[in-house]
Ligand binder design. Sequence first.
Ligand code: BGC
Length: 812
Amino acid sequence: MAHLLALGLLAATASAQNFGGSSRDEDAFSYVQPENTTILGPYGHSPAVYPSPHTSGSGGWEDALSLAQDFVAQLTLDEKADMVTGQPGPCVGNIVAIPRLNFSGLCLQDGPLSIRVADYASVFSAGVTAAATWDRDILYQRGYAMGQEFKAKGAHIALGPVAGPLGRSAYSGRNWEGFAADPYLTGVAMEETIQGYQDAGVQACAKHFIGNEQETQRNPTYDSNGTLTDVIQEAISANIDDRTMHELYLWPFANAVRAKAASFMCSYQRLNGSYACENSKALNGLLKEELGFQGYVMSDWGGTHSGMASIEGGLDMNMPGGLGAYGMHPEAGSFFGGNVTIGVNNGTLDEARLDDMIIRIMTPYFWLEQDVDYPTVDPSSADMNTFSPRSTWLREFNLTGPRSRDVRGDHAAIIRRQAAEATVLLKNNNALPLRAPKTIAVFGNDAGENTMGPLNSDTFEFGTLASGGGSGTGRFTYLVSPLAAINARAQADNTSLVQYWLNNTQIATNDVADLLAVQTIPEVCLVFLKTWAAEGEDREHLKLDYNGTEVVNSVAATCNNTVVVTHSSGINSLPFASHPNVTAILAAHYPGQESGNSIVDVLYGDVNPSGHLPYTIALNGSDYNAPPTTAVSTNGTYDWQSWFDEKLEIDYRYFDAHDIDVQYEFGFGLSYTTFNLSSISSTQLVRHISAQPRQLEVQPGGNPALWTGLYNVTVEVTNTGDVEGAAVPQLYVTFPDSTPAGTPPKQLRGFDKVVLQPGESRNVSFELMRRDLSYWDIISQQWVIPSGEFVIRVGFSSRDLRETVRISPVRA
Ligand code: BGC
């Protein structure tokens, strides 16, 4: 208690500072650059953009907006403060009810692959897995099914999907929560997922906005007493120039706004010197003005570092409400809460801004009709919520309604199918599909069951991984291991022998010929390996965990038909890729609860793999650029800086620009059949194309002119093999020479997934929108189509481009 009181005092001091005087002068960008440091470069500071734009409900929310306005008009000032400030309660984030207005509060739950704090809920495939499908329908269906579960459990807001991290660094601990190291693919995935969630009736939250590209030092370091005013070092600053911001990191968030995401979550770290949750350029300027975002911005949990500066900078909701980095108890004070009331009463905070915050929060609520018969929060969620257990609640929560609702429906079948379709076949020397092998040996500590408690965990040597860790994980009601599914299949196939060795150390340090209990070599050796990644820490290496490489080498030394399957957060170096006895490699990522069934479906050919890499696998871990900033050599408060000097050169953009050989390129993935492309053609869709877009009224997603189709590119895809399969034709654009320096050699601007019978051909069309053919011009602050000839190429990966057509939208 003494501790809380002490914090209360400190909080009061901090809050008074943040609510006193002119808040604009206190915007963080002005205090992060002390004179005695030399952190300023060509970018790394953030211009002021005020005031925070009010929502207009444009883009279809007009009716809901007027309901929200009526609602706000009836609130007292204390109720208004409650509406923008989280409270400990049954969910990971809670806005309290106002019963006299029939408002039963808001329940916010993680996360991007499952409703995490819940029983009887499904664990879906991770974002990276879903992206590997390159399938719009799957992305939508996954979002829709997940949305149904959130709603049935009484969660109003699903804290996902993730477009930040985008995947600047191969090592970032949370890349798997997001989709692809490419803004276009991530943008499509954001749009489909958000539409899926929201069609099911739950609000989406696009996160983490923006520049959250590493975990190391994502939050400040405080002194050892845990007193929040004693910051030893502030969080890292992601320093991103204007063009890179628009063309890479903001791009998929623009899709999220266009898909009418109800909410955004600002990220933990600083952005160009100012905390992302009070960065007026990012929140007011880019998000609300330029992209026309009509919903609300909530802070990441404890990502609020000020009161007025954040509110004026564009933050609309403080989560989880308390003060400090890890969202400490509101009794310890809040930058919002009572300080909002004080701010209005003493004239520091314009009540119109506060009203706008609440209108932004309530408009999507009414738009999605969450005021009508919305399910109550499942009381079991409250019991499972370790983040704010009942003992921490300060307010009443009405937990009525059935307990432990089973919300899984028929989702197991969807999850099984989607993860199978996401599996990326990287190598296949005629090893797959398996044809009812009589003898099978299974190797690797990822094959079997967890043997040490809760399913799916980092500290477990033994057991399959089907998700990463942290707030983006799921709580498995069950998890089908590969070994269990292989055993079931072997039984059905009347296989004569399945043997298994699950101890990686044993496999790596022994001659596998000695381990094999029979003298003959098994028909196939299946090796299952894993790579853990989690929120809060970046990966230290890109190798497979638990000596995975040594395990493969040991098995392949004896077994001339070694098939490797990885369950991983994403990028792994695969030094054994060209080993002649490694006859197949499959990247299955984090598949969710049906893991074993999904991979057996692929191994045995019930599902023809059609996944493609949403990132590049380099030849060496050291080939990747943009590693996380893992340390600073000085101890100044503001010294953690991450300069995004590689600019647009992340992942394939970098490897292409420098002509670096890679193991498996972005977009790569094999099938059990083969495909061909032919007959490319392009059609211009509008008569005259200007370099600059017409200045239309901003709608959600920005200037609608940017989303206008300018060309259709059509190509014929043929299945040239002898089984049914799904092709993923991909369109890459090479900009004309007149484009400013630093433009990547090619960029993904279209893809599709088509199922074809043997011998079947189909035409596939890609619509190129204005944004797809533009670069961000930092001078005119516009998307501009450069003059000259574009080269449009379509192929089956970023380095397997088969058909070319040239267009010149704007003549020199
Ligand atoms: C994470 C968010 C998450 C929140 C609530 C934070 O630490 O960064 O992604 O939604 O916690 O669990």
